[in-house]
Design a protein around this ligand. Structure first.
Ligand code: CA
Length: 240
């Protein structure tokens, strides 16, 4: 099997700086969406990508490795904020996939997230959101208070209930997913998922055959829809 990765990021049409960061080197493909004043969000997302990049090149990756590096990223963000008062309160969300080391059996992805950055899977039958957001509106959806459509338009839709840089212990959501030919995964910051409905994402993904082309087309579509936030997209294609 072959894994092809396309990536694109843009500051958007409203923000002055891009506080998103991404890692697109196997076995770890991740997007971090930083927040905090005085460009501190950029520091938080950068520290997260730096911690995950320590896994680059590994062929024996386990779920625990990913969780441990995100714990280190969390500790590094907190430590940096203690040393630099202007970084106080900085944090980041993160989402991604990591190809796990197999022992002869099927290859699997670890799919992980903290906050509302997302992983989607796209195949012949359409688009599925693989990660579950750690957000206020997601909790309200699960409680039956809001529909998914209402949540997507809700004024508090950007309030996250988990992030890196908030507490000494970080609770990472991890699941595993088979890695199989024909699979296309999308990892993104909310600058994509806030601008485009799942149906719009599906349409763009169907019309872009290559991973790089698809990532660029998704960012372009988010900009055309308003570009209210930084937008970062990884598209991962698995082929025979
Ligand atoms: Ca964002």
């Amino acid at each position: 099997m072959q894994v092809t990765v396309g990536s694109a990021t843009d500051v958007g049409r409203v923000r002055s700086g891009n506080e998103d960061a991404f890692l697109a080197e196997l076995p770890v493909l991740a997007v971090a969406d930083g927040m905090g004043g005085h460009a501190a969000g950029e520091v938080a997302s950068g520290l997260t990508v730096a911690a995950l990049s320590e896994l680059v090149g590994r062929s024996d990756l386990a779920v625990e490795d990913v969780v441990r590096q995100l714990g280190r990223a969390n500790a590094n963000i907190l430590a940096s904020a203690r040393e630099h008062p202007e970084q106080e309160g900085m944090g980041t969300t993160v989402a991604g996939v990591a190809l796990l080391g197999g022992t002869g059996g099927e290859l699997r992805w670890a799919v992980f997230n903290v906050g509302d950055s997302r992983v989607y899977e796209h195949d012949g039958s359409g688009l599925t959101q693989v990660t579950v957001d750690h957000s206020l509106v997601q909790e309200l959806v699960e409680a039956g208070v809001l529909s998914a459509e209402q949540a997507a338009r809700h004024p508090s839709r950007n309030v996250v209930t988990r992030s890196l840089g908030r507490e000494p212990m970080v609770d990472v959501s991890v699941a595993t997913l088979p890695c199989r030919p024909g699979q296309r995964l999308v990892v993104c910051s909310d600058g994509l998922s806030d601008e485009l409905t799942p149906a719009a994402l599906d349409t763009v993904l169907r019309s872009a055959p290559g991973a790089e082309e698809a990532a660029t087309a998704l960012v372009q579509a988010a900009l055309e829809a308003g570009g209210h936030d930084n937008v970062t997209v990884l598209v991962i294609d698995v082929t025979d």
